[in-house]
Design a protein around this ligand. Structure first.
Ligand code: AP5
Length: 182
């Protein structure tokens, strides 16, 4: 089983859900930039306050802030890990590559969880997180298309992309991911 992973996909595709299940079963470190940023927001720090404003609009927090959070974590990471929600643009992907070269732990696979907009919107509205309302979801989807989706081709060219259909029951999606990484 591959154990140096990145889960990619639009908001609501199930990256977090699947990453939690996968890390629990296979003992991987789960690094979710969304969760780390929400922790920063809860701590009430100045950085957290700045990040909250951007997150509530559905925009991307600055690369500088995200990279500073990720860098510290990657330096102390185990041999098995799963990145969720990072990288989010080409600049972050390039930075990740350098960081992973430094710790001599190259990415083994990128799992793209695909899902149609109708399902994504329905799931997110039902969840109702602070950034899960019609206008912000629309913005998050646009930003995904514009800034994050170019990473699909990038990892396809590297030959490490696995594409999974995310519009199925959670356990079915999980089995497909396991099969693709086995
Ligand atoms: P982040 O927390 O990463 O949000 P996101 O990418 O929009 O992802 P979501 O958590 O909404 O979706 P998911 O794919 O993880 O699905 P989930 O499993 O939760 O980022 C939030 C914000 O932080 C960003 O907008 C940005 O501002 C900032 N940020 C984060 N990382 C950044 C970075 N690298 N650079 C800059 N800014 C960054 O599932 C969603 C719902 O669907 C749940 O209710 C779940 O129960 C349900 N569900 C999941 N799978 C299924 C299924 N198969 N069937 C039915 N329901 C399902």
């Amino acid at each position: 089983m591959k154990k140096k992973l990145l889960f990619l996909g639009p908001p609501g595709a199930g990256k977090g859900t699947q990453a939690n299940l996968f890390c629990k079963k296979y003992g991987l470190d789960h690094l979710s930039t969304g969760d780390l940023l929400r922790d920063e927001v809860s701590s009430g720090s100045v950085l957290g306050l700045k990040a909250e404003e951007v997150m509530n609009k559905g925009e991307l927090v600055s690369d500088e802030l995200v990279l500073s959070i990720v860098e510290g974590r990657l330096e102390n990471i185990n041999e098995g890990w799963l990145l969720d929600g990072f990288p989010r643009n080409v600049n972050q992907a390039n930075s990740l590559k350098s960081l992973l070269e430094k710790i001599n732990q190259p990415l083994e696979a990128v799992v793209l969880i695909k899902c149609a907009d109708d399902y994504l919107i329905k799931r997110l509205l039902e969840r109702g997180r602070k950034d899960d309302n019609q206008q912000v979801i629309k913005n998050r989807l646009e930003i995904y298309r514009e800034k994050t989706s170019p990473l699909i081709d990038l990892y396809k060219k590297e030959g490490i992309l696995e594409e999974i259909e995310g519009n199925a029951d959670i356990d079915v999606v999980f089995s497909c991911i396991e099969k693709s990484l086995g």
